[in-house]
Design a protein around this ligand. Structure first.
Ligand code: ARG
Length: 472
């Protein structure tokens, strides 16, 4: 008989059991379910709702069940639908009918919301650390490439030279926003919904705050209906995860391009590439491609969750059981990607010379010739037109700006002096961008200082919460 079988006159359909069960995937929550139950039963005794001795028996029983689930000794069945009822059933098998007192003043509706939050808050700390690891790898590449110049692109056309360090730091700050979003979302996850009951609260004189404190929550949720029907924290996580995936995917695309023979700007370490079963010469950037590819499933989970919630009346509806697989899969997908990314970036070889040659053989210093003329009091728009003519001349004569003889420059403008050769050199062009946030070496060094502070802040938060939640 089912734990809830009292009002039923015949057994349920086996097809229905299989279809409605969630144990296949929510067994991932076993550890958190038992954590929550231990806090709940301790509170029940403290509030005089059940006897101290019963609570002790139940707590011991729960520990035994945890152990048996962990070792695989316990059988988790679809007959018992989900992790909550499986644990309760195993508990009753373990300690007898007294185990049935555990569910006093509680519903699976507040229980599952609690488990989800317990699971996710740990995942947020773990993922934050993994993003910080990627940031550090990018930052190290930046520090090693403070003199490496490469073409910066717009429309994937060479635009203006930048330092490779500057390019790496762009991603460091991008991922910084991701960490900040994860950290900010944590405070909305870290509230205890337990005590909301099925939807309206409970008639037992429970102490919600006590349970929240036991479980290291920062507080309790404010409204019982909202507590059991809220999955905003899942949506928020999936949304933040989607942005992280976007950022990873953009970087992946650059790595794929840069490692092609056409660019040859970087070489990814052998450890993170694969070969071809047919073409012996191949070395493929599979990791970067697969991380880019998996972005699709993360976006998919976000859309799926939003759609599931759309139109659900208050309070709990079975639809909400669909909140789990997407969340778990997103955590695992991101974890896998980030864990590979840090060492892949760290070990990436940068072809400084190829990058420099690419800058030397293009027109990405054209803006600087225009700016130079502006310095000689030509309105920018006119300077732009003059330099357009110079570039056209160069293209027609198969030359770059620095190949022009001084006399050739003079044909276009008498304001051009011999110092133009220094002005148009790649390093000079980079260092001319001496504005806050610009690519001049000095300005990139300023970014290092900011990054040092931000990375330290993130690390402090992570360590504090690893300790608080007992994770590492
Ligand atoms: N397995 C359910 C879920 O994940 C637990 C809550 C079920 N509550 C209920 N009244 N059917 O959503």
């Amino acid at each position: 008989m089912k734990l809830w079988g009292g009002r039923f006159t015949k057994p349920t359909s086996q097809l229905m059991d299989e279809y409605t069960a969630s144990i296949q995937f929510d067994q991932k929550l076993a550890k958190y379910d038992i954590q929550g139950s231990l806090a709940h039963v301790e509170m029940l005794a403290k509030c005089g709702i059940i006897a101290e001795s019963d609570a002790t028996t139940i707590a011991k029983g729960l520990e035994a069940v945890a152990e048996k689930i962990e070792t695989g000794e316990a059988e988790l069945t679809e007959d018992n639908e989900d992790i909550h009822m499986n644990v309760e059933k195993l508990l009753i098998d373990e300690v007898g009918p007294v185990g049935g007192k555990l569910h006093t003043g509680r519903s699976r509706n507040d229980q599952v919301a609690l488990d989800m939050r317990l699971y996710l808050r740990e995942a947020l700390v773990m993922l934050s650390q993994l993003v910080v690891d990627v940031q550090n790898a990018l930052y190290n590449q930046a520090k090693n490439n403070l003199d490496t110049v490469l073409p910066g692109y717009t429309h994937l056309q060479r635009a203006q030279p930048v330092l490779f360090a500057h390019h790496m730091m762009a991603y460091v700050f991008m991922f910084q926003r991701d960490v900040e979003r994860l950290v900010d979302s944590f405070k909305r996850v870290n509230k205890s919904p337990l005590g909301a009951g099925a939807l309206a609260g409970t008639s037992f004189p429970i102490d919600r705050q006590y349970v929240a404190d036991k479980l290291n929550f920062d507080g309790i949720t404010e409204n019982s209906l909202d507590s059991v029907s809220d999955r905003d924290f899942v949506v928020e996580f999936l949304s933040n995860a989607s942005l992280i995936s976007t950022h990873l995917s953009r970087l992946c695309e650059e790595l794929v391009q840069w490692s092609s023979a056409e660019f040859n700007f970087i070489e990814l370490d052998d450890e993170f590439c694969t070969g071809s079963s047919m073409m012996p010469q191949k070395k493929n950037p599979d990791v970067a491609e697969l991380v880019r590819g998996k972005t699709g499933r993360v976006y998919g989970h976000l859309m799926g969750m939003l759609t599931t919630l759309k139109g659900l009346p208050l309070a709990y509806n079975k639809d909400m059981q669909e909140d789990k697989e997407g969340m778990f899969d997103t955590v695992e997908t991101l974890k896998g990607a980030l864990a590979l990314f840090a060492p892949m970036i760290e070990s990436m070889h940068v072809n400084k010379e190829t990058m420099y040659q690419a800058v030397a053989k293009d027109y990405s210093n054209a803006t600087d010739l225009a700016d130079y003329l502006v310095g000689k009091d030509l309105p920018f728009r006119e300077a732009h037109a003059v330099v357009g003519q110079v570039v056209l001349y160069c293209i027609q004569h198969n030359k770059y700006l620095l190949d022009l003889e001084f006399e050739e420059f003079q044909q276009f403008s008498e304001s051009i002096d011999r110092d133009i050769y220094d002005v148009l050199a790649p390093e000079a062009v980079v260092n001319a961008r001496d504005v806050a946030g610009g690519t001049a070496k000095q300005r990139v060094k300023e970014q290092f200082e900011t990054a040092d502070q931000l990375l330290q802040q993130s690390s402090n938060w992570i360590h504090e919460h690893e300790k608080k939640l007992n994770v590492n």
